[in-house]
Design a protein around this ligand. Structure first.
Ligand SMILES: [Zn+2]
Length: 170
């Protein structure tokens, strides 16, 4: 699969004028000389959801269907939508990729990750509690299963392994 990198914005989204770089308080930023406005580029928030089964010995993983890390195992997750609440997005991603629901969600940790494709991503690490049943992969996931913690495969992202460790202490 061809991986495309996120490109900087070239044109103003308000007036379609070509953007240039200007220094604002020592930071190089995109600027529209027509609107006299800076165009800020910000990190993207994304979810990673940790769920353990009733025994606490198995963690829910999905096999990624899309880059980055296509074909590798990872926590269920994905980007936050513009119009959803924090925990609602974690519930949506869990449901979309595994078909499972949780009784509650708890924000446990934040990570920042520099992605080749998306630039800086802020990962919202959620612990999903009260998740049971057999997962059924859908959405961006090619497979989904409960993995024994002592037999976990190599994960697509180091931050996901750290989140699983953190979730075990909660
Ligand atoms: Zn403009």
């Amino acid at each position: 699969m061809m991986v495309k990198k996120k490109q900087p914005k070239i044109y103003c989204c308000y007036c379609s004028e070509k953007l240039t770089y200007h220094m604002e308080e020592g930071v190089k930023r995109l600027y529209c000389s027509d609107c006299r406005m800076y165009h800020y580029e910000n990190p993207l928030p994304a979810y990673a959801v940790v769920a353990f089964d009733e025994s606490g010995e198995r963690v829910l993983l999905i096999k990624r269907g899309v880059e980055p890390g296509a074909g590798m195992w990872a926590l269920p997750g994905g980007f936050m939508e513009v119009d959803e609440g924090l925990a609602a997005g974690a519930a949506r991603e869990l449901q979309e990729e595994t078909g499972l629901e949780a009784q509650s969600f708890q924000l446990i940790e934040l990570h920042s990750h520099m992605s080749d494709i998306y630039g800086q991503v802020i990962i919202l690490g959620y612990l999903a509690e009260g998740v049971s049943g057999e997962p059924k992969a859908a959405g961006d996931a090619r497979d989904a299963k409960w993995y024994p913690l002592d037999e976990m495969p190599l994960l697509a992202f180091e931050s996901h392994r750290a989140l699983i460790e953190k979730a075990r202490e909660v």
